[in-house]
Write a protein that binds this ligand. Structure first.
Ligand code: PHE
Length: 364
């Protein structure tokens, strides 16, 4: 139990700790130099057999050596842990600015979600969704809706005729077998009245076609929403209340509509429906300091057409106009999307560029 022996044991332990390059190596060195079978532990056990004087001395030396060893161990342990933590922070760092989804979730087109949003307003009031074909019999698109045979809307410059045009390109007005791409969703009114039991409360979102060139404010294919309510005792105030409810639900509780006289063959009386400009709420009117681009400072935005269903339409569809009455309206979804979201060019809606649709979000 020479002092040099004990120093050697201590120094070997200190060297082993210093040489340990990681926490595993340090753990092994710890077992070897401080464990029950380590040289210093064995030496400690031998102290008991020494004579008193030597015992005290050896005890002190070994105690000091073991104290130095455990201090060195704790120091190296702390060093290696700090090193590991620093390394882990670097190695396991996550770059939160990297794109997180390499295959971004898709979303439906804002026109689709807009149509559903409008339809939902009516579904929640008990209306049913109705649909009709886009390739439609001329009879449903025009005749059943009281368009006279030479009504200008039947001209080929407005209507895509699929079948039933004359050599000179004019529609065959006396041929009921004509087939057109529907120019509005109103033929679904006639279909619903023929198909369903009364009363009828339907909403019909759908695609319609007109022979317009694609430009900033026209597209030959666009979308409308049609509403039809036929029951006993319905009046124009029911129409007005329904319109007001719709714009409140879509644009806010302080919204309202106004009606201006107009003409449609299938409604009588007919009206053009406007809604309060949802941007300026009418405040731009007579207020040159606060002009409104959305409504051109008119205070109102034109939504579409409406009216009380013409009794002639009811008769054409086998409904007794003495007993039943009702109202209908229809409007374009593209236009609504344009002023609701400040879309300036209708072409953006049909070109399919995701840079247009993305800001509308991932609504599904
Ligand atoms: N179908 C008409 C249009 O396309 C709109 C409308 C629908 C008018 C229902 C009155 C009633 O312009």
């Amino acid at each position: 139990m020479k002092p040099e022996e004990i120093e050697r044991m201590r120094d070997e332990a200190l060297d082993a700790f210093a040489a340990a390059g990681d926490l595993d190596a340090l753990q092994a060195a710890k077992v070897a130099h401080t464990g029950g079978t380590s040289p210093l532990a064995l030496a400690n056990r031998e102290i008991g057999a020494l004579p008193p004087q030597a015992k005290a001395e050896a005890g002190k030396r070994i105690g000091q050596a073991r104290g130095a060893v455990s201090k060195a161990l704790a120091g190296r342990q702390a060093e290696l842990e700090a090193e590991r933590d620093a390394r882990v922070l670097v190695e396991e760092a996550v770059d939160v600015t990297l794109p997180h989804d390499r295959v971004p979730a898709g979303a439906r087109h804002p026109l689709t979600t807009m149509m559903e949003r409008v339809a939902d307003v009516f579904v929640s009031m008990g209306y049913e969704i109705a649909e009709g074909p886009e390739v439609e019999a001329e009879w449903f698109n025009f005749d059943a809706l009281n368009f006279v045979p030479d009504h200008p809307a039947r001209q080929t410059q407005d209507t895509f005729f699929v079948q039933g045009t004359r050599e000179d390109g004019k529609p065959t007005v006396d041929d009921e077998s004509g087939i057109v791409l529907r120019t509005h969703t109103s033929p679904v009114q006639a279909r619903a009245l023929l198909d369903r039991e009364l009363p009828v409360y339907i909403v019909c979102p759908g695609r319609v076609y007109r022979t317009d060139e694609l430009d900033a404010t026209h597209t030959p294919v666009f979308h409308q929403i049609e509403l039809l309510a036929i029951d006993e005792g319905l009046t124009m105030s029911d129409l007005k209340g329904t319109l007001d409810h719709m714009v409140k639900a879509l644009f806010g509780a302080d919204m309202k509509t106004r009606l201006r006289p107009n003409y449609f063959p299938f409604t009588e009386p007919s009206a053009e429906m406007d809604m309060l400009c949802y941007v300026c709420r009418g405040e731009s009117v007579g207020n040159p300091d606060k002009p409104c681009r959305t409504c051109s400072s008119e205070g109102w935005i034109e939504l579409g057409g409406c009216g009380m269903v013409n009794p002639r339409v009811l008769v054409a569809c086998g409904v007794d106009p003495e007993k039943y009455s009702g109202f209908a309206f229809g409007f374009g979804i593209e236009r609504m999307l344009m002023f609701r979201h400040n879309v300036e060019d209708m072409r953006d809606m049909v070109e399919g560029d995701v840079r247009f649709t993305r800001p509308f979000g991932m609504e599904i």
